[in-house]
Design a protein around this ligand. Structure first.
Ligand SMILES: CSC[C@H]1O[C@H](OP(=O)(O)O)[C@H](O)[C@@H]1O
Length: 352
C-alpha cells in the first residue's frame, strides 16, 4: 500500500495531507497553531472521524506550549478554553470529543506545567498509534465478515486518509490487496464534497484494488445490474443501540440493502461509539454551508437565492445494519442490545 501518511507528528511539529488537493496533488500543510488545526478540521483539509480526533489531540498538545510560563491554575484555565474551541469545530464525529476528553483527563490532576505539556504530547501520540493498530484489526475482522463477498459498494471515504492508517470501511480492501484477496469495489462519488470520487477511488487505486466510480443516484440500479453482494460504510457516531450516523447518502444505501436482501456493514473503531446516547435520534447532524451544493469547481450551478438544505450526515437505524465491525470484534444485529458490554472502554490499547 503506497498511500501517503495522512497525519505526521515529527519533532513536535504537525503536518497533514491536505485532502483539498487530492487526487491531483500530494500536498502537506503544516499546522503550527491551534487556529491552523481548527481551520483544517472545519474546512475538511483533514477529515474522517478518527483523523479529526487525532489531529485535534495534537492541536491541544500544540496549544499547551503557549502557556509554558503560566502558573498551573492559569494553564488549566486557558487550555480548557482551547479544548472548547476545538470541540466547536465539527459536531457529529464523536472521535473529536473522545480524543479531546482523553487529553484533558490525562492532565486534570497534574500540578506541573512542564509535566502537563509533556503528557499531552505523549497522549496525542498514543491516540495516533492506537488508531493505526485499531484500524488494522478492523480490516482483519472485516475480511472475516466479507469472506464470501467479491462485489461490494461503499460511500464517502472511510479509508487510510480518514484515519491513522488502513481506514475502517476500506481497511479490508487495503489489507486484502496485500493478501491477494480480490474485491470489486463500487464507490459512490458522495456529493457534495466528492469524498468518493476524489479520495476513495484514488486510495484504492494506490493499493491496486479494482474500483468503479458511480454517482450517488446510480446506487440502486448498480446493486441490481452488477449483482452487488454487500455494502460497507464508515461511521461518525454510533449510539448504544447501534443506530449509526455516517456521511449523507448512507441511509439510502442501508434502505437499498434491505430492499435487495444484501448485507449492510458498518466498520468503525470503539472510539466512534457514543454510549452516552441511547439512540441515533440524539446524534447532532452537521449542516454545512450552501455553497457546497450551489457551486461546482467555483462556478455557480443554482440560481442566486436558492434555498438549500445541506446535512453532511444521516442516521441509519440499527434494524437496517447487519453488523458493526470493530477492532474488538464483529457485533451482529442480534447482539446490538449488548453493545455497551461488548465495546467496553473506548480506545483501549489494541495489540496489533
Ligand atoms: C473513518 S471516516 C468516518 C466518516 O467520516 C466521513 O465524514 P467527513 O468526510 O465529513 O469527515 C464519512 O462520514 C466517513 O464515513
Amino acid at each position: 500500500m503506497s498511500i501517503p501518511t495522512p497525519i505526521i507528528w515529527k519533532n513536535g511539529q504537525l503536518t497533514i495531507l491536505n485532502q483539498h488537493k487530492l487526487p491531483n496533488e500530494i500536498d502537506y500543510a503544516a499546522l503550527e497553531t491551534i487556529e491552523d488545526v481548527y481551520e483544517s478540521i472545519v474546512t475538511l483539509k483533514v477529515r474522517g472521524a478518527p483523523a479529526i480526533g487525532i489531529t485535534a489531540a495534537y492541536g491541544l498538545a500544540i496549544a499547551s506550549r503557549k502557556y509554558k510560563e503560566q502558573n498551573i491554575a492559569s494553564f488549566h484555565l486557558r487550555l480548557h478554553e482551547d479544548y472548547l474551541y476545538l470541540a466547536g469545530s465539527r459536531p457529529t464525529a464523536v472521535n473529536l470529543f473522545w480524543a479531546l476528553d482523553r487529553m484533558m483527563g490525562k492532565i486534570e490532576n497534574v500540578e506541573s506545567v512542564n509535566e502537563a505539556i509533556y503528557l499531552l504530547e505523549a497522549e496525542a501520540i498514543s491516540i495516533h498509534q492506537e488508531d493505526e493498530a485499531s484500524c488494522k484489526r478492523i480490516g482483519r475482522n472485516a475480511l472475516e465478515a466479507l469472506a464470501n463477498v467479491k462485489k461490494i459498494m461503499t460511500i464517502c471515504n472511510a479509508g487510510t486518509i480518514a484515519t491513522a492508517k488502513y481506514g475502517t470501511a476500506l481497511a479490508p480492501f487495503h489489507l486484502g490487496a496485500e493478501q491477494g484477496r480480490e474485491f470489486e469495489v463500487y464507490a459512490c462519488e458522495t456529493r457534495p464534497v466528492f469524498q468518493g470520487s476524489r479520495l476513495t477511488v484514488w486510495e484504492l487505486q494506490q493499493s491496486g484494488v479494482d474500483v468503479t466510480l458511480i454517482t450517488d443516484s446510480m446506487a440502486a440500479h448498480t446493486i441490481h445490474a452488477k449483482g452487488i453482494e454487500a455494502i460497507i460504510v464508515g461511521a461518525d457516531r454510533i449510539a448504544a443501540n447501534g443506530d449509526t450516523a455516517n456521511k449523507i447518502g448512507t441511509l439510502n444505501l442501508a434502505i437499498l440493502a434491505k430492499q435487495f436482501g444484501i448485507a449492510f456493514y458498518v466498520a468503525a473503531p470503539s472510539t466512534t461509539f457514543d454510549l452516552t446516547i441511547e439512540s441515533g435520534a440524539e446524534i447532532p447532524i452537521e449542516e454545512r454551508k450552501e455553497e457546497e451544493i450551489t457551486t461546482f469547481a467555483g462556478r455557480r450551478i443554482a440560481p442566486e437565492g436558492t434555498k438549500v438544505f445541506n446535512p453532511a450526515f444521516d442516521m441509519s437505524p440499527s434494524e437496517l445494519i447487519t453488523a458493526i465491525i470493530t477492532e474488538k470484534g464483529i457485533i451482529y444485529k442480534q447482539d446490538f442490545n449488548n453493545i455497551s458490554s461488548l465495546i467496553g472502554k473506548a480506545g483501549e490499547e489494541v495489540k496489533s
